[in-house]
Ligand binder design. Structure first.
Ligand SMILES: Nc1ncnc2c1ncn2[C@@H]1O[C@H](COP(=O)(O)OP(=O)(O)OP(=O)(O)O)[C@@H](O)[C@H]1O
Ligand SMILES: [Mg+2]
Length: 326
């Protein structure tokens, strides 16, 4: 099947149960393909089409069947060799530091959410900038020859940094800037809307990296106090699940940053922990804790990974982006 034919097959109205009116409602919410029917949560889709969640379940079932027929989605029960085949589609983006790449066993992974957390000045934003350039590099230089999408919630995205980092890697800085689509989120609900819009943007740009710097801070700023905790956790949960499905179905790397808060119950070891509680902890695939070392050096450690042995790596922040210490 040609790419064009496949795209036609993926259109939303090829599914039984989607007539012109439903199609209209879905497309005006930016939902064009049957993949998207699986990206979004049933409750959200029910809202969009003005129907019941049961109807959405049926549509999602049809979407799943169709994708399985097209060979784009595995069957629910599969033998483990098929899962192993799938892991080969996973790709890695270099962080710029060999030490950090080795800690991550190859770099930042597609089909996964990688969280970098740590206190201020530990290099979270610098890592995001470096990755947004590195993903554009050819595979033999640690990239995927693909663009990036950058959601900035703290107004710390700096185009001058991109110019600097891209130039250091021999890229045309203007071309590098054009391959980064930036959206500035004003608050938590705006961020959620931008995330809802991501599938469309990923398709349009063919991005393989989505950065959210910082993903959790807007929720912390807006939902203050115990009284709002459950509402905050619920919204965070929605966001994280949208991100998981997106990473999986579009084979993109999702990188989020997070701050730390004091953990008063910790008596031994580091008395800080990432914000967002269990909701964020369970949703992220890899958690990397960053802390300061001497001068421009930083120490990254991998926390509770299903795949990596515990370990640490030292990297450095430089004008040219993230690299190994001199
Ligand atoms: N152009 C540059 N050249 C060299 N180092 C830089 C440059 N720009 C920023 N840095 C260094 O990066 C560090 C800040 O890192 P970064 O902004 O990534 O921190 P962060 O973890 O995102 O902090 P926050 O929690 O405040 O967002 C500072 O130590 C700063 O000196
Ligand atoms: Mg920052």
């Amino acid at each position: 099947m040609s790419e064009e034919e496949r795209e036609e097959e993926m259109e939303i109205d090829t599914l039984p149960g989607i007539g012109p009116a439903t199609k209209q409602k879905l497309t005006s919410a930016g939902i064009y393909t049957i993949v998207d029917l699986l990206v979004y949560s049933p409750t959200y889709l029910a809202e969009v089409i003005g129907g019941s969640v049961e109807r959405v379940f049926k549509l999602q079932e049809e979407a799943r069947k169709k994708l399985q027929q097209l060979g784009l989605l595995e069957e629910e029960f599969v033998t483990a060799d098929k899962i192993y085949e799938k892991t080969k589609e996973v790709a890695y983006i270099s962080t710029g530091s060999k030490n950090l790449d080795n800690l991550l066993q190859g770099g930042v992974e597609t089909r996964a959410i990688t969280e970098f957390y740590g206190e201020y000045g530990t290099g979270k934003t610098q890592i995001c900038h470096t990755l947004a350039v590195n993903v554009q590099l050819p595979p033999d230089m640690g990239g995927l020859s693909c663009p990036a999408i950058y959601l900035d919630t703290e107004m710390t995205f700096k185009s001058e940094r991109i110019v600097q980092i891209a130039t250091a890697r021999g890229l045309d800085p203007y071309e590098a800037l054009k391959k980064i689509t930036v959206a500035k989120a004003r608050g938590a609900s705006h961020l959620l809307l931008l995330i809802r819009d991501l599938p469309k943007r990923i398709r349009e740009t063919k991005a393989r990296l989505v950065v959210i710097d910082s993903a959790v801070a807007p929720f912390r700023a807006e939902y203050i106090g115990r009284g709002h905790l459950s509402e905050r956790q619920q919204l965070l949960n929605v966001m994280m699940h949208d991100l998981i499905r997106m990473a999986e179905l579009y084979n993109v790397a999702v990188v989020i940053t997070n701050q730390v808060q004091a953990a008063p119950d910790v008596l031994f070891g580091d008395p800080t922990r990432p914000i967002g509680g269990h909701v964020v902890a369970h949703a992220v695939t890899y958690r990397i804790y960053l802390r300061k070392a001497k001068g421009t050096n930083r120490i990254a450690s991998i926390v509770d990974s299903p795949r990596h042995p515990p370990g640490e790596a030292v990297f450095s922040i430089s004008p040219d982006g993230i690299k190994d210490p001199a």
